[in-house]
Design a protein around this ligand. Structure first.
Ligand code: ZN
Length: 55
């Protein structure tokens, strides 16, 4: 399963449940949310709300 918490690509803050995040990525050709989550970790650039607003 997913053990490592995702981090903001800009400030490194850990993203936890219920946080608002922004992800920039190519839309994956996948079925199933579990695959999408691992795709996000590998391909997506995740930003916390604070960093997204400051861009
Ligand atoms: Zn951040």
């Amino acid at each position: 399963m997913l053990n490592r918490a995702p981090e903001c690509a800009s400030c490194g803050k850990e993203i936890s449940g219920n946080d608002v995040v922004y992800v920039k990525l190519r839309y994956p050709k996948m079925k199933g949310f579990a695959e999408v989550k691992s795709y996000l970790r590998n391909e997506g650039e995740m930003l916390c709300e604070t960093c997204q607003k400051s861009r």
